[in-house]
Structure formats: C-alpha cells, structure tokens
Write a protein that binds this ligand. Sequence first.
Ligand SMILES: Cc1cc2nc3c(=O)[nH]c(=O)nc-3n(C[C@H](O)[C@H](O)[C@H](O)COP(=O)(O)OP(=O)(O)OC[C@H]3O[C@@H](n4cnc5c(N)ncnc54)[C@H](O)[C@@H]3O)c2cc1C
Length: 401
Amino acid sequence: MDARFSAADEAFRDEVRTWLEENLVGEFAELRGRGGSGDLAGAVELRRAWERRLAAGGWTCVGWPQAFGGRGLELSQEVIFNEEYARARAPGRLGHIGETLLGPTLIAFGTAEQQRRFLPPIVRTDELWCQGYSEPNAGSDLGNVQCRAERDGEQWVVTGQKVWTSLATISDWCFVLCRTDPTAAKHRGISYLLVPMQQPGVEVRPIRQITGTAEFCEVFFDGARTDVANVVGAVHGGWQVAMGTLAFERGASTLGQQMMFAGELDQVIAAAKANGAAKDPVIRQRLADAWIGLKIMRYNALRILTAAAGGAALSREALVTKLYWATWHRDLGKLAMDVLGARGEIRTSGAIDDYEIDELQRLFLWTRADTIYAGTNQIQRNIIAERALGMPREPGAAGKG
Ligand SMILES: Cc1cc2nc3c(=O)[nH]c(=O)nc-3n(C[C@H](O)[C@H](O)[C@H](O)COP(=O)(O)OP(=O)(O)OC[C@H]3O[C@@H](n4cnc5c(N)ncnc54)[C@H](O)[C@@H]3O)c2cc1C
C-alpha cells in the first residue's frame, strides 16, 4: 500500500485550499461549521447560495465523469477535495443526497434520457433530492416496503408513507421505493421511482428530534403522480437499484468525514483542558483512545481507497467501516458530555421553551443517530458475520435504509 499523495495531488490540494479561502468569506464566512451534526437544516437560504457558489466554481459532483457534468477527478483528488472542504469547516452540503446517492445511481442504472433530465440540475444545485426508503415497518427490513405505486396511463400513482426522510422539507424530488407488484415475493415487485415533491398528493411533516431541530420528516403520498419514464432500472426490479444506491453511501467522503471528526475531537480536548477534566486519568485515557480510533479509521480508509484506485477491492475490510465510525462517533458524544460534567446537562439558555444547546451538547445528542442510519450496528454485524466470516444467512434477510 502506498498511501502518500503525489506532487500533482498536493498541487491540487493547494488549489482547493486557495479556492475555499477566497470564497468562504463575506456572508459565507458565518457558514463555517454549519450544516453538520444536528444542524443539517440550519441556515438553509445562505447555504443554498453557497451551493450555487460551489457549482459556479466547478466544485460540485467532483468525482462524476465529465460527460455527466462532473469534474472527473481521480479518487485521490476527490479524497483531497473532501478533506480540504472539511478542514476549512465549509458548510454541510444541502445537495449531498442528489450528488452522492441519486446521481451515481442514475449514472449506473438510469436511461440516457433520465441522465439528461436529472443530472445537470444536481450539478448546478438547482434541484435537491431526498431518499424515500424507510417506512414505519420497513427500516432494517427494507424489503418490507408497503408504499405502493399503480400504473394509470402514462403515470404512476403513489400511495403510502415514508418516514425519517432527511431534508424532505427542502427537497424538490424524492427517490421512492414502491411496491408495484403486490403478488411478487418480498424483494421482487419493488420499483425505484423518481417522484416530484411539489404536488398536491405529497404531504411532508417534519419530526422534531432530541437536538430540538427537525431535519427528517414523515412523508405521506396520497395519489402523488410521476411519469412512467421516471422508473430507474426495470419495473419491479427496484431492489437491485436500491442496493446499488446504498453502495454509493460510503467512499471518497469518508476521509472528509474523519477530518470533521478530528475537528470535533479537538473541541472536546480543548474543553477538557479549559475545565480541568483533562487532569482526570480516566478522561485522559478516553481522549487518547479517541485519537487512536481516529488514526485507525484513517489508515483503514486509506488502504481501502488505495486498493480501489488500483482496481482491487478490500471488501472484507470495507465492511467494518460504518460500524467502526458510528460507534467511535457515538462514544465521542458520550465523552464530550463526561468532559463537560454536570454543566453538560444544562441548556445554554435559561428559558423553559428554548432549546438552546451548545455544539458539544448537540454532538452528544446527534451521535445517538449514527449507530442507526445507513444500517444499524446490529445490521452491520450481521453483514460482517455473513459476508466476511461466511456464517449462514439469518432467516429473514435484512436490508437497510
Ligand atoms: C438521522 C437519520 C436520518 C435518516 N434519514 C433517512 C432518509 O433520508 N431516508 C430513509 O429512507 N431513511 C432514513 N433514516 C432511517 C434509517 O435508515 C432507519 O432508521 C434504519 O434503517 C433502521 O430502521 P428502523 O428505524 O426502522 O429500525 P428497525 O429496523 O425497526 O430496528 C430496531 C432495532 O432492531 C434491530 N434489528 C432490526 N433487525 C435486526 C436483525 N435482523 N438483526 C439484529 N438486530 C436487528 C436494529 O438494529 C435496531 O436496534 C434515517 C435515520 C436516522 C436516524
């Protein structure tokens, strides 16, 4: 494994860093650190403007092939872009679901017409997307989706409920897993539909979280419509496409995420030094452990990405990634609270109905979600047991949302 970056990569790093320094200024300066853990829907209007600035600079969809409007970056440079973006504390991306999930899915499975229609607005950041997988009885057991779509002439009519749909309030489109053949076996008879959100048959109800913010939502489809052309992959063949989308969930953004984690760990260390918690021997051990965990994550990510760039796949090693970072991040949240001590349990505002919390409190509350979304810890262990250790599949095969 050679995890070093080349001279050309380092020159590219300078270019990214310079662009961010020159552009994260003026009104955008206040976006530094926004839109991250527990603040996904914060400062939306200014972040929309920031998305447009990124697009104008050619810094959206950087890993997509140029033929689809991307920058066509090599994996190493995509990693560098994500690292520098996080290092600059540039705001969390509003368009990340379209850019990292739907776009790559359309590039892999979409028709030429779907690619022409939907990819350019993602690159320009004109259209935002949300992911309509989970339902009240279909989370880990994603194959159990009950939301249905029925053909009516040249349209599909969608009826049912989705839940935990992140950023649905600001999304223009949703990719929705629907049951289109109720007579087929569980994982068959599902189709992957692209559904416009701004229409009478769609109702979005935000769900308030323990962070006090409402980033995910219930989405009710009641006779919502979409054109027949808006099925990705084969009709009734949506399961394969849905699994393809999930495979795009990780990858080059991993190291950027770790850079963000490093920034959070720095904040926890600074708090420990400031309030004297750093003198507590157990806290010191846990801080050191957190730092070590971050290094392990980095080296594992680098060896996986280095292998991938060389055309190989360290698939067994990649299986531990989500479980490891989610658990690490949840533990960091707990550590932050233990560093703050009793003060961590007090809101920063005294008003009863005010939910003012500080960054470390928000980190703690938000990180409770990490071991749930994108496949719970239990599901990750099932996957490791089956795919890495060759153990028998459990009776009800599990998916995720
Ligand atoms: C912050 C956040 C954002 C999200 N955003 C989206 C989104 O944008 N779009 C979307 O579609 N979904 C989204 N989700 C939903 C997420 O994908 C689901 O919460 C997740 O798949 C788990 O499903 P569930 O909540 O129904 O829990 P369940 O599947 O009901 O699980 C409940 C518990 O049972 C355990 N369990 C379930 N099955 C097994 C098994 N076979 N073996 C062992 N243990 C098992 C689980 O690990 C968990 O502890 C989001 C969730 C969160 C927390």
